[in-house]
Design a protein around this ligand. Structure first.
Ligand SMILES: C[S@@+](CC[C@H](N)C(=O)[O-])C[C@H]1O[C@@H](n2cnc3c(N)ncnc32)[C@H](O)[C@@H]1O
Length: 266
């Protein structure tokens, strides 16, 4: 797949979406969108004025677009808009059921931009709807730095130190990606932290990589093949190696003491 920065810019300017005109996401999308094949369906949270429909159709003319938004339902040429509140688990589950049979290659969360809603949506859609090896993009993470403000009527009181900042939550997941290198106690502690942030463990176990950009996060979904790197007995092997090293050292020490003729005296 070759989705160049220029191609994205052209599609952005043609459609008028602020993805390009304001946010300059072509800087990252030229990388993100080339990570997987996008042949099938796309799901975007957030209709706005409908500009991104034109944007995605221009980039991927053969794909079908599924959009969800608070108070909109519409069927058009190559797209369908579903009425769904992404802050409602009931609504999200309904959409998940409806889209379950589709083959979704790309998900973009450009909805309420509220961290708690983003995690709720990610829990359901990333694991259940996105194809393996494909990408999930979270846009406009700027709201996690907003204090005493609001977005679409929802209060935003986060900031760089906030536990609920979406940036901080995904930074915790960076450690979860490296859980193989933790001992059981550390791993349990981290697992509790991940759960307390609202993440579903099955979902976060399907993450291959997380990339941060200016105002966006891109999450790659793993395939079965990735799991073998987590199933290997990394820590047990290191313990055995440690034990073997102790035995080797004991043997060396014994030989050294024999040489000094003091071994039999102790
Ligand atoms: C930034 S606009 C989307 C822009 C569009 N994706 C584009 O690039 O042209 C965000 C949309 O999210 C919708 N939204 C806000 N809160 C929502 C919620 N709780 N559930 C679903 N959609 C929501 C708003 O109605 C608005 O249409």
């Amino acid at each position: 797949m070759n989705i160049s920065r220029d191609k994205i810019k052209l599609a952005g300017n043609f459609s008028g979406t602020d993805k390009v005109t304001h946010h300059g996401y072509e800087r990252f999308y030229s990388d993100f969108l080339n990570r997987s094949k996008i042949n099938n369906q796309i799901l975007e949270i957030g209709y706005g004025e409908g500009q991104s429909i034109k944007f995605w159709k221009r980039l991927f003319p053969n794909s079908f677009l599924n959009i969800i938004d608070l108070n909109k339902s519409e069927i058009g040429n190559g797209y369908k808009v579903f009425k769904c509140d992404q802050s409602s688990l009931t609504d999200l589950k309904k959409i998940q059921k409806e889209l379950q049979s589709k083959s979704i290659d790309l998900i973009i969360d450009d909805g309420s931009h509220i961290p708690e809603h983003i995690i709720l949506t990610f829990n359901l859609f990333f694991k259940a709807l996105l194809n393996s090896d494909c990408i999930y993009i979270i846009e406009d993470i700027e709201t996690s730095y907003w204090m005493n403000s609001d977005c679409y009527g929802y209060p935003t009181n986060y900031g760089i130190e906030s536990k609920n900042s979406i940036v901080n939550s995904f930074c915790v997941l960076a450690h979860w990606l490296n859980r193989e290198f933790l001992n059981e106690k550390q791993k349990n502690k981290l697992e509790n932290k991940v759960k307390s942030l609202g993440f579903n463990i099955d979902t976060v176990n399907s993450i291959r990589s997380i990339t941060f950009g200016h105002n966006c996060i891109c999450i790659n979904k793993n395939s079965k093949d990735d799991l073998k790197y987590l199933d290997r007995d990394y820590r047990f092997k290191s313990k055995i190696n440690g034990f073997i090293n102790i035995l080797k050292f004991k043997k060396k020490l014994k030989n050294f003491l024999i040489k000094l003729k003091i071994y039999n005296q102790i």
